[in-house]
Design a protein around this ligand. Sequence first.
Ligand code: ADP
Length: 674
Amino acid sequence: MPVLKAFFSSGPFMPHGYCYMWDPGLVWLHVISDSLIALSYLSIPFTLGYFVRKRRDLPFHWMFVCFGIFILACGATHAMEVWTLWHADYWVSASIKAITAMASVPTAILLLKLVPHAVALPSPAALRLEIAKRSRAEKELSLAKAELQRRVEKRTAELRKVNEDLLLEIDQRRRIEQTLRNSEGQLRLAQEASGLGVWDWNPRMDIAVWSDQHFQIFGLKPSGQTFDEISFISLIYPEDRAAVKLAIREALRPGGEFDVEYRIQRQDGQLRWVLSQGLTHCDSAGEPFRMIGVTLDVTERRQAAEELRRSEERFRLLVEGTADYAIFMLDPAGFVTSWNSGAERIKGYQAQEIIGQHFSCFYCDEDLRKGRPAKALREAATAGRFEEDGCWLRKDGSRFQANAILTALHDQNEELIGFAKITRDLTESRRADQAVQEAQAELAWVIRMSTMSELTASIAHEINQPLTAIVNNANASRRILANAAPDLGEVQQAVTDIAEAGTRAAEIISRIRELLKKSVPEKTPLDMNQLIHEVVAFIPGILEKQHISMEMELWAALPPVMGDRVQMQQVLLNLIMNGIEAMTTILDRPRVLVIRSDARESGLEVAVQDSGTGLDPRHIDQLFHTFFTTKINGMGMGLSISRSIIEAHSGRLWASNDPTTHGATFRFSLPAMA
Ligand code: ADP
């Protein structure tokens, strides 16, 4: 303890200021200088410490620590210089100096040792060069790295692609295998469905293998049995064996094809037609080593084809043999492609001279100018069928009336392949129609004659009246003129009456003549009411004789109709005479004949109503049939002729019973004049 105390005490020493003799200037110069040095020295280690802490990467940083300690010690030494100016603690001051010395010596030694290393450190320029070199190298390295990366990526992509392709291929193979399996199955099914049997023959070893279906076609049970040529040929119908052998021989060459239809005699006794087709395979020396093919049972097909051939033959014979109709075919442009015997007969051309000619040669010049052939083809092609009545030319240039039907012919794809034309010569039938019409007109005339003969008495009476009037007036005139002073006025009146009566008589006679005349029907505008009056003018005598009262209810504004005057009069006369006859046996009620005319929407209607026996319901359907009559002397022609006349005028004639009069009513309607 006394040592420590001595160490920190001033002891006998005097403060250092005494050395400066307390010269204030000197003292304070020391104080300020030492203080500033001490402060600077004390601050430097902290700065160095901060630097070292921040730059741990610097080399030799322990050197900075040594310097820091050394400078700190130096600072302390200078601080002690200020302290010892007033306090004589020289032991403490010396000790601090000793510490400073201890710090400085190793620092100096270490610095000496460090210098070569420090000198060896690269200069900033070298460092910059180095850095540039390194950064270049780094750049190259990163480029190389990027290239490597790219290559790796490329390779990876390639590998991935290869992998994907591989997967795809695997998948594809799997699918192909599946498809193959399916198609094998389908092939089997198709073979079974189509009935195709497969055979495979090795001609070198003469061994043939058959599919199950092939066995079945030959009526055999499917098995593993093989066949040689002889055993195969033995299954064939004897008559066809030679042909099959020949076909085999001919097919046994490079590219040879086996194609033959033959019959087989099956074990169940059935004779079947089969078709075998195959291909020959040869080696490089041209030697056949395999023939493979299929067999199909074609029995039904052959039967159908045979049936078709027979039916076509029948049809051909029918067409060929039809002499009443010209039947021939045209190609789509209208050129004749076939010709039957009817066509030969009707048109006069032989098949060989007309086939290949255009069908327009059958048309007359005026029809050619109107473009009728082209029109017929066009219409038939569009509508499927075209029918026309007209005039055609024969080979000799003469004309004939015919009805022709042109039918378009199409193939399975609806393509037009031509036309069939059927022509019917109407010359004969027109002639027959003409004859019928003439006969009918003749008959109608006969009926008129017979009706008129029935009316003779009535007509005589009718003519008698004007004749009597003429005679009476003539006598009266003579008497008057015989007087000395004749009354010429009276004579004039009598002569006028004579002229009127004469005209009336002449009219009656001319109407009778008209009715009895054989004239060609001619349609003119007719006033039906006037016609009724004219016909009624024939019958007053008969009405009077039969005690029949006559009533006429005629529509004033009746539309005119087109018709033949004589024919219409005949209809009216028939209906009136029938009504009169139906009333001859009636004794219990008045005999009344009513003639009515009415305008209708489309023309007019005339009714002839009687109060006679009426119509027997059992006969109503037959009244208008030719030769139907219930009268002893009847001809049964009146109503049938009347109906055909009315129908020829586009009208209608019908009959009904009338409950009010107990008689019958006959009505006819006619269209108004267009
Ligand atoms: P026909 O007078 O020569 O017998 P029609 O053809 O004129 O020939 O008449 C056929 C038949 O129709 C007559 O026989 C008669 O039975 C019947 N008939 C025609 N008109 C009348 C009528 N008004 N009343 C009753 N029956 C009639």
